[in-house]
Ligand binder design. Structure first.
Ligand code: G4P
Ligand code: NA
Ligand code: NA
Length: 190
């Protein structure tokens, strides 16, 4: 998606440790006009799919998921990373290992909000190693819901998480795929 790639090129900063900083429009300040265009594009790509729910993970997936959901007219459920007094009843849980933080955490979704009748699109801001996405797909597997696929804003293709999931037959649509990056340069796939 060209407008997103242009923003990454003009405002993205490549940090050490393979991190792309995009906090002026995605991860801290959020450009809602851009999010809305991303929602329109994802709706176009998934137009033939019946989708009943969007699933994301806190924190930075939530903003995008909410704007994308307006285009599908469905609710958003976000997986929680911490135990919460507001989380009661039966939960689906899955362990996720974060390379960035070098630790494992649990993600949790109340069984009330995802059922086997649902057809779910997963939305997230970043896809790197894919561990967060695998955890969300695991939860969907437990629920018996149908996994339609995932819509991602920025995939770091060189970290391999997206291609590994595609090889398993999952539909992963990323709006910008960074193939290579370094100090002062960012190169996209295709
Ligand atoms: P993985 O899911 O692909 O395996 O990656 P990892 O666990 O290492 O990602 C940890 C966090 O860092 C995630 O957010 C992820 O969205 C984010 N992330 C990964 N690579 C980049 C990057 O290059 N740039 C930016 N800006 N973020 C990246 P999180 O820590 O779970 O938290 P939150 O920010 O959603 O609250
Ligand atoms: Na993040
Ligand atoms: Na995220």
């Amino acid at each position: 998606m060209q407008v997103l790639k242009d923003r990454i090129l003009t405002e993205g900063v490549v940090k050490g440790g393979n991190v792309l900083k995009v906090d002026s429009f995605l991860n801290h300040q959020m450009d809602i006009t851009l999010f809305d265009a991303m929602g329109e594009e994802l709706k176009r790509r998934f137009k033939d799919e019946k989708i009943t729910k969007i699933l994301t993970i806190e924190a930075s997936g939530i903003g995008i998921a909410c704007i994308v959901a307006r285009h599908f007219g469905v609710p958003v459920v976000f997986a929680k990373k911490s135990e919460s007094k507001n989380l009661d009843g039966d939960l689906y849980t899955s362990p996720v290992y974060s390379f960035t933080h070098q630790k494992e955490y649990m993600i949790r979704v109340s069984k009330k909000f995802i059922t086997e009748e649902d057809r779910v699109l997963v939305i997230d801001d970043f896809l790197a190693n894919g561990k967060a996405l695998i955890g969300l797909f695991d939860i969907l597997g437990q629920s018996g819901a149908t996994v339609v696929g995932a819509g991602i804003a920025i995939e770091k293709g060189f970290q391999g998480g997206g291609d590994a999931l595609r090889e398993q037959g999952l539909r992963i649509e990323s709006l910008a795929i960074v193939e290579e990056m370094g100090e002062g340069f960012i190169k996209f796939r295709d």
